[in-house]
Design a protein around this ligand. Structure first.
Ligand code: DHB
Ligand code: MG
Length: 251
């Protein structure tokens, strides 16, 4: 392939810009570029946040502009006033979510790494959104447990995008921190197709497969998963919704 990244996502030392570390085909990137140029207004605040992603502990792992816009739209479609995010990184998706909840809304975002939390805070301040976002430092499972113990007001939308082995625990936390009608989105559930390997000993794959099983076995949840291709390669996300009280078919 002509580009600097193998389809397995293995980076070529010294040659891989962040957007290319995920085994992304040139055509996928060209289509992402087209839609982002045409439909997604990434202003300088978002562009700066994306750029700062290079300095995080996971360069280039930020959602793409069109994925960020989708998160914002999902938050708006759900009428979300309160959003919980697990995995802040540079705060790029946090900005999309914080804009979507509006001035009176609130985003709580959980981040393990101090480096990333500091970068995210700078980005949120630059975006003028720091007053509606709480960046909570520490392991997301512990931070979520503290929110449960504190009797935190339920969230309308939870975006799970932290360490993948812990996805099942994060779903549990999301269920404790939401009410019927809430939406739960989980990032990175395809990972180049690895998700279908039932015998995988990769803890990230196992974390995704377990959360899929947990969702499937939970009669309270309506859910689907959608594959994506683009600048971050071949991946996908789950969208789930807690069934509203009294509805038999997910209405
Ligand atoms: C990884 C994590 C992410 O949340 C993502 O969107 C892409 C990659 C990772 O663990 O490598
Ligand atoms: Mg992700």
């Amino acid at each position: 392939m002509a580009d600097s990244t193998g389809h397995d996502g293995a980076p070529t030392p010294g040659q891989d810009p962040p957007a290319n570390r995920y085994g992304s085909l040139p055509a996928w990137r060209a289509v992402d570029d087209y839609f982002v140029r045409s439909l997604v207004a990434e202003d300088e605040v978002l562009a700066a946040a994306r750029e700062s992603g290079r300095s995080t502990t996971m360069p280039g792992a930020e959602v793409t502009p069109n994925q960020g816009a989708l998160l914002g739209l999902i938050a708006q479609l759900a009428g979300a006033r309160r959003v919980l995010e697990l995995g802040t990184l540079a705060g790029y998706s946090t900005i999309w979510l914080a804009r979507a909840v509006g001035e009176t809304g609130r985003v709580v975002t959980l981040e393990l790494e101090e480096t990333n939390a500091a970068i995210a805070l700078t980005n949120l301040e630059r975006a003028g959104l720091a007053d509606r976002v709480d960046v909570v430092r520490g392991p997301a499972a512990e931070s979520a447990r503290r929110l449960v113990e504190a009797g935190t007001e339920p969230f309308d939308l939870v975006f799970i995008d932290a360490d993948k082995p812990s996805n099942p625990r994060y779903l549990e936390a999301a269920l404790r921190l939401t009410s019927p009608g809430a939406v739960i989105v989980i990032d990175n559930v395809v990972r180049d197709g690895a998700v279908i390997d039932a015998d995988s000993d990769d803890p990230r794959v196992r974390g995704v497969r377990q959360v899929v099983e947990d969702i499937a076995g939970n009669p309270e949840l309506d859910a689907t998963a959608v594959q994506t291709v683009g600048v971050k390669g071949w991946d996908g996300f789950i969208v789930a919704r807690r069934r509203s009280a009294g509805s038999a078919s997910g209405a």
